[in-house]
Ligand binder design. Structure first.
Ligand code: SF4
Ligand code: SF4
Ligand code: FES
Length: 284
C-alpha cells in the first residue's frame, strides 16, 4: 500500500474541495436513481454507522459512492485512496463485513444494505481509514533480499515466472484483515500474516537470494505454525495470489524440512551448511 495521502481526505484538514471526487466525465447521463450506504463515522474512541443517500450512476464502484458522499454531504469523511484502479492497495475497507477494494467493487453487485467500515484487524484512525503501520514494522523485521551476486542477474524463465505471482502483491492488507490469527486472536507480535508469507515466498524462492528466513518464519516473529490453511486470505486477494497453495504451504514444507526431518537435520549439521532453500521438493 502506498503511504501517500494523495487521495485521503478528512484526516489532514484539506480545504480545497475542488480536489474532491467528481463523477467520471461521460457518466452524467447514466444515473439510475439513488443508492444508500451506511458508513462508519468515528475514530479509535468509538463511532456509529451513518446512512447516506447518493446518486446511483451506472457502473459506479463503492469508492465512487463514498467520494460522492464526501464531496456533496460529508467533507470531513476520511477515506484513503490513490489510484482508483485497483493498483495501489490504498482503498481497502470492509463492505458488509468482507475486506474489499472499494475502487474495484461495483455498487450494483449488492442487493441489500451496503455497510462500509474500516478494516477491523487494525486500529481505526478515522472513519474508513485504519492504521496499517504495523505491517511495515513486520516488513522491516524480515531479512530483505540479500545477494553477493552482481546485477543484472541471469535467471531461468521458470524462476522469473514463479516469482511473478508473489511480486504482484499490491499491499492492500486485506489478507491480513481477514486472517483469524490476527483479526480474532490478535497474535500480531508472533505472527507475520499472509501478506508476509507471500513476501517470504518471493524472497526464499528467488534464486539469487542467499539469506535464510526459516528461523524467522518458525519462531522469530513469522509464526507460520499458527496458520491452519483456512484459505480465507486467498479468497479475498484482489490480484488472485494463491496465498495458501503457493506461498504458505511451500514455506511450511521448508520449515518442516529444516526442523522436523531428522535425516536432513543431521546431514546439515554434518555438512555445516544451510541447505534449506534448494532442498524443497515442492517445486517452489
Ligand atoms: S490460510 Fe493461514 S494465513 Fe491465510 S487466513 Fe487462514 S490462517 Fe490466516
Ligand atoms: S497478498 Fe493479496 S490480499 Fe494480501 S496484501 Fe497482497 S494483494 Fe493484498
Ligand atoms: S484506490 Fe488504489 S487500489 Fe483502490
Amino acid at each position: 500500500m502506498s503511504e501517500s495521502t494523495n487521495g485521503t481526505n478528512g484526516t489532514n484538514g484539506r480545504e480545497d474541495q475542488s480536489l474532491a471526487y467528481a463523477p467520471v466525465a461521460g457518466t452524467e447521463g447514466a444515473k439510475r436513481g439513488t443508492t444508500k450506504l451506511k458508513i462508519f463515522r468515528g475514530d479509535a474512541e468509538g463511532g456509529e454507522f451513518v446512512e447516506y443517500e447518493t446518486d446511483m450512476i451506472e457502473g459506479m464502484v463503492v469508492l465512487d459512492a463514498v467520494l460522492n458522499i464526501q464531496a456533496e454531504q460529508a467533507p470531513d469523511l476520511a477515506v484513503r485512496w490513490n489510484c482508483k484502479a485497483a493498483h495501489c492497495g490504498s482503498c481497502s475497507a470492509e463492505v458488509n463485513g468482507r475486506p474489499t477494494l472499494m475502487c474495484k467493487q461495483r455498487v450494483n453487485e449488492y442487493e441489500g444494505e451496503i455497510r462500509v467500515q474500516p478494516m477491523q484487524a487494525f486500529p481505526v484512525i478515522k472513519d474508513l481509514v485504519s492504521d496499517v503501520s504495523w505491517n511495515y514494522e513486520v516488513s522491516r523485521s524480515m531479512t530483505p533480499f540479500t545477494t553477493s551476486q552482481q546485477a543484472p542477474f541471469t535467471m531461468y524463465e521458470e524462476d522469473v515466472e514463479r516469482l511473478y505471482e508473489p511480486k504482484s502483491c499490491i499491499e492492500c492488507f486485506m489478507c491480513q484483515d481477514v486472517c483469524h490469527v490476527l483479526r480474532t486472536h490478535h497474535k500480531h507480535p508472533e505472527f507475520a500474516g499472509p501478506r508476509f508469507f507471500v513476501r517470504g515466498q518471493w524472497l526464499e524462492m528467488h534464486p539469487m537470494d542467499e539469506a535464510n528466513r526459516l528461523e524467522y518464519l518458525k519462531d522469530g516473529g513469522g509464526g507460520i505454525g499458527y496458520c491452519n490453511i483456512t484459505k480465507c486470505c486467498t479468497e479475498v486477494c484482489p490480484v488472485g495470489i494463491k496465498i495458501t497453495d503457493n506461498s504458505i504451504i511451500p514455506l511450511k514444507e521448508r520449515v518442516a524440512d529444516e526442523y522436523y526431518d531428522p535425516a536432513k537435520w543431521l546431514m546439515r549439521k554434518i555438512r555445516g551448511r544451510k541447505g534449506s532453500r534448494n532442498g524443497s521438493s515442492n517445486g517452489g
